[in-house]
Design a protein around this ligand. Structure first.
Ligand SMILES: *[C@@H]1O[C@H](CO)[C@@H](O)[C@H](O)[C@H]1NC(C)=O
Length: 413
């Protein structure tokens, strides 16, 4: 609460400095609300089993993102954490009790005290994958046939998550098998999930993939002109941009983190949060370190409505990585020492890959147009240098996609 108010005051002065004409009455009532606890029900989003689960998958996601961010110090990186949570939770159905405890701790489930954890996760996944939200995901466990697999595990995962783990034959057909399934499951939006064969002697493989194409509530326009994007320590690049004057956003500044934060509304209660550092830098360690489900929720309560002249890159990318080497630093070290996958196979089953792919597009389309008459001055918000963004489901608070864009020119499709 303390931080919230502090951030609020700072951003107010900054917005005033920038010349935003904010409704003072609105700001005043918001502040009164904080003092009297009227906003309490918003601040306390994470109270139901589903929203607590959303917070857990988000916090796991932020942890994993930090590890990825420090490994890939200055490049573009992306994750769809809820999909990774989902596949690792499927895997937990094959572990011993003590291994499950360690795995659940790393997945941030240990505080949930939810006896129906799998049902809650399944419900959360279903709610964030309703078609209007623009997210599709695919999660499945692939197992080497030679492991003498236990059919009970297949049945249990299928009962809980509606997807049956699959035995692999070994060899090049496996890649096609996996890629075809991911493509089918995501409506053709995630192609070429694996670009090379699984490691030799692959045992247990966790596959997670996500595609996100959200629609803005209010459309942006793409003029076809290129905009300039500053690159840390390099020559600025020219990239396709989307632009709209008089665009309603929520925004604020956090001078501790040295960034401006903007929340842009998408359809079906999805939001994009953009964290734009004041400086041209790829070092966002301070910001990355502060990200938690609670922090983002508090932040969303403190951002203030404003109309801006908005300019942002047209994002279109796909990003693949094997997350297994990152897990040790993301809270899974204990579990990795002994994964206890004893309900999967009579033989010792080794986790050999945790492959992840995320594909995302931002297009200018939206159902509504920005109003022509500007209520404010000439505040502009230009995403023209390295930034970090989140895609969040506002109903549950679940983090769907997180990314750091350091050079849009390097994005692969
Ligand atoms: C990134 O910034 C933090 C402070 O915000 C600093 O401690 C750290 O050394 C920086 N990292 C690099 C690689 O420059």
């Amino acid at each position: 609460m303390k931080r919230q108010i502090r951030v609020w005051m700072k951003q107010t002065s900054l917005l005033l400095l920038l010349g935003a004409v904010l409704s003072f009455c609105r700001a005043q009532s918001q502040m009164d609300g904080e003092e009297t606890g009227v906003d309490e029900e918003h601040v306390e989003l994470f109270t139901t089993p589903t929203t607590k689960m959303a917070a857990a998958t988000s916090d796991f996601g932020y942890n994993l993102f930090r590890v990825l961010a420090s490994r890939e110090a200055s490049s573009n990186i992306f994750l769809a954490p809820i999909s990774v949570s989902a596949v690792l939770t499927q895997l937990s159905l094959g572990t011993s009790e003590s291994a499950e405890r360690q795995l659940f701790r790393a997945l941030r489930y240990h505080t949930l005290q939810d006896p129906a954890l799998h049902t809650t996760l399944k419900d959360l996944l279903a709610s964030v994958r309703t078609p209007g939200k623009g997210l599709s995901t695919a999660q499945r466990i692939y197992l080497a046939r030679r492991l003498r697999l236990k059919q009970d595990f297949f049945t249990l995962v299928e009962q809980r998550y509606g997807v049956r783990p699959k035995a692999l034959l070994g060899g090049s057909k496996d890649v096609k098998e996996i890629n075809d399934w991911v493509s089918q499951e995501t409506g053709g939006t995630v192609q070429r999930f694996l670009s090379k064969p699984l490691p030799r002697n692959a045992g247990v493989n966790a596959v997670s993939a996500a595609h996100f194409k959200g629609k803005w509530v209010i459309r942006l326009s793409q003029t076809g002109e290129l905009g300039t994007f500053q690159v840390d320590g390099g020559t600025p690049v020219r990239i396709p941009i989307m632009q709209q004057d008089n665009y309603p956003v929520k925004m604020g500044a956090d001078s501790d983190l040295g960034c401006m934060i903007t929340q842009i509304q998408m359809q079906d209660d999805i939001s994009m949060f953009i964290f734009l550092p004041d400086e041209v830098t790829t070092n966002m360690t301070l910001l990355e370190d502060s990200l938690t489900a609670e922090f983002v929720q508090d932040l969303s309560m403190t951002l203030l409505p404003a109309h801006v002249s908005l300019t942002m890159p047209v994002l279109k990318f796909s990003y693949s990585t094997n997350l297994l080497p990152l897990l040790g630093n993301a809270g899974f070290a204990d579990w990795l020492q002994n994964t206890g996958l004893e309900k999967i196979s009579a033989q010792p089953a080794v986790l050999s890959s945790v492959s992840h792919k995320v594909v995302m597009e931002t297009a200018p389309e939206g159902n509504e147009y920005a109003s022509a008459t500007s209520p404010s001055g000439h505040l502009s918000y230009s995403v023209n240098r390295p930034f970090l963004f989140l895609i969040r489901d506002e109903v549950s608070g679940a983090l769907l996609v997180i990314g750091r864009v350091t050079n849009p020119k390097d994005l692969a499709v």
